[in-house]
Design a binder for this molecule. Structure first.
Ligand code: SAM
Length: 297
């Protein structure tokens, strides 16, 4: 109930797909019927009054805006890919963040969007088409099986790792059940088993991303509230990351909700609150500087 109540009192966020429409023009359209504000942190994100139903809105239907929340929209911005870069989206369907990356790159450069699940590949392709993203190459396969030394990926400068997770930060219908326990992180044994399996995959996926030789930036994100899928994953890959020349960056330093203080670098990690921010997300950023000559090899 608390979660639902907070849902109606929080603004309705929409992300403008700048591949199709600029933010000023989108705001002007919405302003005819609604009060519109720009988000103070995430570019091209608009706030409409709580409960505004936009599912049938023309701009949503034609792919000019996406019904994407603030926390979810922070992920691609944290990766900060530049126009012209090559970027790998490791776990990409349904593709909301893929097309956000494409927009941040102004459609210039290349995104390789990898997805394992065949049905979800179809959704990914729809999202890409709908958004008018022309610089995305869809790869139906297992990210873990891509060879980091394959010359096809030698120019990849950034990787987004948004792996399968428990979804515990977004499942509003399950939040009621989680509310008493989400701060303590308590879960029952069956759920713990599921979380451990997810965390094992999350660590493998992140380590794999850290193995690509030309990569300078990696974002790891989940929509989970559980430490085991978030801080613990970062902690366990950190020695390997450091051995590969990476260190943790600080996404959105002005954002006050940071990682749980269970690791030394927790202030560099970012969390959003499932109730206060509507979605419980986790974002970590790894950076490394690579000299031009190395990255061109
Ligand atoms: N980034 C997506 C977005 O913003 O729309 C959401 C990604 S979802 C959390 C995780 C995705 O990873 C699922 O579609 C799942 O099928 C896919 N996946 C799971 N294991 C994978 C693997 N080994 N290789 C590639 N994709 C995988």
């Amino acid at each position: 109930l608390m979660a639902l109540r907070s849902d109606v009192s929080k603004p309705r966020y929409v992300r403008v797909n700048t591949l199709k429409l600029n933010t000023k023009a989108a705001a002007a359209v919405f302003r005819k019927r609604h009060k519109v504000q720009k988000d103070d942190l995430v570019p091209d994100l608009l706030l409409l009054p709580p409960g505004t139903d936009l599912h049938d809105h023309q701009l949503v239907k034609n792919g000019s805006v996406l019904l994407q929340g603030k926390a979810s929209s922070m992920v691609a911005v944290a990766l900060d890919p530049k126009p012209g870069w090559e970027v790998l989206d490791a776990c990409s369907a349904p593709g909301n963040k893929t097309v956000h990356l494409a927009a941040l790159m102004r459609g210039e450069g290349k995104i390789i969007a990898c997805e394992l699940n065949k049905e979800r590949v179809k959704r990914l392709e729809c999202t890409i088409k709908q958004a008018g993203a022309t610089n995305v190459e869809v790869l139906h396969g297992d990210f873990l099986k891509l060879s980091p030394v394959d010359p096809s990926y030698s120019k990849v400068r950034a990787i987004l790792v948004d792996p399968s997770c428990s979804g515990s930060g977004t499942a509003v219908d399950r939040l009621d059940h989680l509310l008493p326990s989400y701060q303590t992180g308590h879960v029952d044994q069956g759920e713990m088993h599921r979380l451990s399996k997810l965390a094992a995959f999350q660590k493998m996926a992140l380590e794999h991303a850290l193995s690509f030789p030309g990569v300078e930036r990696i974002v790891y994100s989940t929509c989970s509230i559980h430490q085991i899928e978030n801080e613990d994953v970062i902690n366990s890959v950190l020695p390997f990351a450091i051995s590969r020349g990476f260190k943790l960056g600080t996404p959105f330093p002005q954002w006050t909700r940071r990682g749980l203080p269970v690791i030394e670098e927790s202030e560099q990690l970012l969390r959003t609150d499932p109730v206060e921010d509507k979605e419980g997300f986790f974002i970590a950023l790894f950076v490394r500087s690579i000299s031009q000559s190395e990255s061109l090899q």
